[in-house]
Design a protein around this ligand. Structure first.
Ligand code: COA
Length: 389
């Protein structure tokens, strides 16, 4: 297989945006092209667009062709859309990786985009219910916040995790987002603010949840030969893994505080990359709700099972700790425009491993990891390195 690298990246402003779906594509696409001096849309051979619900929010399908035309790309090797709920963007990066590693393409853009606040935030919450089983779960109110609340309740009962430890994830990620000009939220948060914010689904409070966000992000993925012609500082895709336990909440596992598919996805990615959890300098993990970040520490191997609450409270997932988790602000601080999230995570790792992350820079970062879950039962992990091996 060929070696594969990221050579460019760009992110739109995330938030409740007046911009249209196409405006968001333009914003992220242009930022991505601007990151590779001299590169023209005609040089790009493929486009994969991660987007979950444009049919409902923009009354638009046939997304990859729309985006290709908007950006002036004329795909010759690959044009596709990935819909895999919250992991759609990262699944798109995996497709581009596979095409390039196998020699079917040399330069592919992966763009993630979602316009969720359309026509209103309330309707977005209804739309989001399409990501769980409509007939047996969403119809009874079991949408994402209560699902993840059940995991939090189990973790608290089994391991003594506290509401304050959950709140520490919100504090950290809101404060990281304050250093990211593209984030949905910019004011940071204190422990009191998080603990006094309104209850959404016990024990998850507003500042422990990701918001309803519009946004887009793009990365350029290249073969080694093409990467060397475009930049002196490519960021290499070292490993990738994906695993599924199930779709319906009730079919997942006996214990909602354990997410075995995440561990299997991570183990596959670590093995492929030839690294382990202690080698990871920064991780962009899927903190759709604070409990998801805590369980990620455990399943990704940053701490032992049951220790995540104490891990965050001790600052071990912050600057100066064992691994900096969610330096761009995570989904809680940056927002979660579904299809865009995984691509924006990759864009952050790209900036960090090139020492281009400004006030968010993690010192001496060599290995970066991204993780998405789509529901609690399916997980995708990517590992990137400053060096190819
Ligand atoms: C948490 C949630 C229910 C809050 O929605 P809401 O109660 O309708 O909130 P509103 O949209 O009315 O916003 C009220 C205020 O809170 C703010 N806010 C909304 N969501 C927020 C969040 N997650 N964190 C912090 N502040 C938030 C808004 O900016 C607004 O502030 P303002 O009054 O200063 O303008 C909603 O954001 C949500 O469903 N999040 C989860 C999304 C999801 O399931 N994603 C998939 C994950 S797998």
């Amino acid at each position: 297989m060929k070696k594969v690298a990221l050579v460019g990246a760009g992110v739109s402003k995330f938030g409740v945006r007046k911009a249209t779906y196409r405006d968001l594509i333009w914003e992220a696409g242009k930022a991505c092209f601007d990151s590779v001096p001299g590169l023209k849309p005609k040089d790009v051979e493929g486009l994969v667009v991660g987007s979950v619900m444009p049919e409902r929010t923009a009354f638009q399908s046939h997304i990859s062709s729309l985006a290709a035309e908007a950006l002036g790309i004329k795909p010759t090797a690959l044009s596709a859309r990935t819909e895999h709920m919250c992991a759609s963007g990262t699944v798109g990066i995996r497709y581009a990786y596979a095409f390039i590693a196998s020699g079917l393409a040399d330069l592919v853009m992966v763009l993630g985009v979602e316009k969720l606040n359309q026509p209103s935030g309330d309707e977005a919450i209804l739309n989001m219910g399409t990501g769980v089983d409509r007939e047996w779960e969403a119809a009874f109110g079991l949408t994402a916040p209560p699902c993840f609340a059940l995991a939090a309740q189990r973790h608290m009962a089994q391991y003594g995790t506290t509401e304050e430890q959950l709140a520490r994830v919100g504090v950290k990620n809101h404060n990281h987002a304050a250093k990211n000009p593209n984030a949905h939220f910019s004011k940071g948060a204190t422990l009191d603010q998080v603990l006094c914010s309104k209850m959404i689904a016990t024990p998850l409070r507003l500042f422990m949840c990701s918001p309803i966000t519009d946004g887009a992000a793009a990365v350029l993925v290249a073969s080694e030969e093409r990467a060397r012609t475009l930049t002196d500082t490519p960021v290499w895709i070292r490993g990738t893994g994906q695993a599924l336990d199930g779709f319906q909440l009730t079919s997942l596992h006996d214990d909602y505080a354990h997410w075995p598919a995440m561990k299997r996805a991570a183990d596959a990615a670590y093995a492929m990359a030839g690294v382990g959890p202690t080698d990871v300098d920064l991780a962009e993990v899927h903190d759709c709700f604070a409990i998801a970040e805590l369980i990620a520490y455990e399943e990704l191997g940053f701490c032992k099972k049951g220790e995540a609450g104490r891990f965050v409270a001790a600052g071990r997932s912050d600057y100066g700790g064992d691994v900096v988790v969610n330096p761009r602000g995570g989904l809680i601080g940056c927002g979660h425009p579904l299809g865009a999230t995984g691509v924006a995570q990759a864009a952050e790792v790209f900036a960090q491993l090139r020492d281009e992350a400004g006030p968010r820079q993690v010192a001496n970062a060599d290995i970066g990891l991204t993780h998405n879950n789509s529901g609690m039962g399916e997980h995708v992990v990517m590992i990137y390195g400053r060096e190819a091996t």
